[in-house]
Design a protein around this ligand. Structure first.
Ligand code: ADE
Length: 403
């Protein structure tokens, strides 16, 4: 019952995806096709899966992270006869078994988040012919590009992350809000007055830094990319090396997609009480092994808050170092996932219609899909915008005169 209501609430606020579902229901673009999905299994994802089924697909869904599943939603989707394989807190073995269940269906199209499903199709399930797939997130796209570079990518994949209607909103405003939600729910502590270190100034880091500042934190940014470091500085944040930032931090949030961003040398200089949270896809940004080795004792002091007692100080790791916005929060806001998942749905349709022309490489989402989702979203938001006049369009074609 709870799960059904969560789905109902999400659907009610996903206007763009709902309009796509209505069209899919008439046109059945996926008739006879199987779509295998590995995403964070929560209400918004459920609406995407149901939309694809509405379009005629047979769908199987597993989680892309052992701690991000909403069990109420799993139950509700199963009641609706959707094949879902996920449980919050599943072991590593269960996590992989669930991905195997998806692949045993022999999908035609895949929708992945983080790249684990895609990787299995290149290591264990190498004979399944795949028409094409979508990748949701920065980390997964990085993995795809390495696969392409090494010459092993064996089917076309679309980089959904870099679609404008995805990263400009999902990574920035989505992560900005949901990370705050997750940290506040886990800790019940104030953000105002804290020195918060944000590691990484990509779209997610920008969103987190912006929202933390909005809540009254004194924000420090750390970066390895000199251009992004200057952007952070010009956006008004202090920028410094992690070793110096860690000394000042009341809280550190990683958003980099890189491993070992916070490690032993940093734990050693932290103040008593420093809170550590990760918003990147994998739980390797904060080195948990090193933290475990330094700790004399460890206990769960609150749900999703692990206290590491190092003798001279205590450090607090949130959500076992996994994506805090999904472990302790509710994921990105519904209206934002409406845009990301509309891009997913339309790109999957594009694959179904165009797979014969596609090659084994990483494609950007076609621009017309980005603009279609933008226009549908504006309509849903009841916003009208101007159009260029014919005279203005001609001006765009002109190069001789500026007036
Ligand atoms: N909900 C479903 N997928 C999500 C994602 N990739 N990030 C945040 N919230 C989500």
């Amino acid at each position: 019952m709870e799960g059904e209501k969560k789905l109902e609430w999400a659907k009610e606020h996903m206007d763009v995806l709902s309009s796509i579902a209505q069209r899919f229901s008439r046109e059945k673009p996926f008739k006879g096709l199987k779509i295998g999905m590995a995403l964070h299994v929560e209400a918004k994802t459920g609406i995407l899966a149901l939309t694809l089924r509405e379009g005629g697909a047979k769908v199987r869904l597993a989680s892309c992270n052992p701690l991000s599943t909403d069990n109420d939603v799993v139950g509700a989707l199963q009641d609706m006869r959707l094949e879902v394989f996920a449980r919050k807190g599943e072991t590593r073995e269960e996590y992989y078994e669930n991905l195997y269940h998806v692949l045993e269906m022999e999908p035609d199209i895949i929708i992945d988040d983080g790249g684990d499903l895609t990787t299995l199709l290149h290591t264990e399930y190498t004979d399944i012919p795949i028409m094409g797939g979508n990748e949701e997130t920065t980390t997964g796209v990085l993995r795809l590009k390495v696969m392409k570079k090494k010459g092993i990518l064996r089917f076309p994949m679309f980089d959904v992350n870099d679609a404008k209607m995805k990263h400009l909103f999902d990574n920035r405003y989505g992560t900005g809000q949901s990370v705050l939600d997750g940290i506040m729910s886990a800790t019940n502590l104030s953000i105002a007055g804290k020195t918060v270190v944000v590691a990484g100034y990509g779209w997610c880091g920008r969103g987190v830094a912006m929202r933390m500042r909005g809540m009254g934190a004194n924000v420090i940014v750390t970066e390895v990319n000199p251009v992004k470091a200057i952007e952070a500085r010009m956006d008004g944040f202090r920028v410094m090396k992690m070793i110096h930032a860690a000394e000042e931090a009341d809280m550190i949030i990683t958003t980099t997609g890189m491993k070992d961003v916070v490690r032993e040398e940093h734990f050693n200089v932290m103040k008593d009480g420093c809170i550590l949270a990760n918003a990147g896809h994998f739980d390797n940004e904060i080195n948990k092994n090193a933290l475990n080795n330094l700790a004399k004792r460890k206990r769960e002091i609150r749900r999703y808050v692990e206290e590491y007692d190092l003798g001279d100080k205590k450090l607090y790791l949130l959500g076992d170092g996994r994506l805090i916005n999904l472990v302790a929060g509710q994921g990105h806001p519904v209206e934002i996932m409406d845009m990301s998942f509309s891009i997913q749905a339309l790109t999957a349709e594009y694959i179904a219609k165009n797979h014969e022309k596609l090659e084994e490489r990483v494609y950007p989402v076609p621009e017309e899909i980005d603009y279609k989702v933008a226009r549908l979203k504006l309509k849903a938001m009841n916003i009208e915008i101007d159009e260029l006049t014919e005279e203005q369009k001609r001006y765009l074609e002109e190069w001789k005169e500026g007036t």
